[in-house]
Design a protein around this ligand. Sequence first.
Ligand SMILES: [Zn+2]
Ligand SMILES: [Zn+2]
Length: 171
Amino acid sequence: MPARTDTFDLGALGLSSGEGRRLDLGVGLGTFDLGGERYETEPALVPVKLDVSRLTGGGFSLRARFEAALAGPCMRCLGDAAPVVAVDAREVDQPGGGDELTSPYVEGEVLDVAAWARDAFALAMPAQVVCRADCAGLCPQCGANLNAEPDHAHEAAPDSRWAKLRELKFE
Ligand SMILES: [Zn+2]
Ligand SMILES: [Zn+2]
C-alpha cells in the first residue's frame, strides 16, 4: 500500500511533452454527513490509480480511478450499509487554456489529489445509501424491520365511515 498522499507534485515527474505516467497513490477521503448521519469511507487509505499525461501545449491531463465504500446506517432500515462506489474522474489543466481547461485541483504544478478524489467520490455517491438495492425498510406503522419479517402486516383499521353507516337505522 502506498503512503498517504494529499497533494502530488506533477512537475516533479519530469514528464516531457506528450509523455505519460501511471501512479498508485493512497488517498484518504474522510467522512460525509448525509441526512444527519455520519458516513465513513472505507478503506481509510484508498488505493487510487492516477494517470498523468503532459500535454503538448503545456499542462496536464489527469485521470483518477478508485473504488471505496460508504459505510453507515441504511437510509431505509437503519442497518449497516456499505455500498461500494466506483470513481473514474478526469481533469485537464492547461495554463492559459481558459476556464474549461483549468482544474480547480491544480495549483501551479501541484495536484490536490485528496480534494479531487473526495469531490469525485461525492459526485459518484448514490443519492440514497441502502444496505441492498431491494431493502424493504421499516414498517411505517410500528417500525418493525421488514427485511427480517417479510410477511409483517397489520389488521386493516376499520374505516370509520362504514361504522357510521352501520349505525344508521333503516325504517
Ligand atoms: Zn436496509
Ligand atoms: Zn408494523
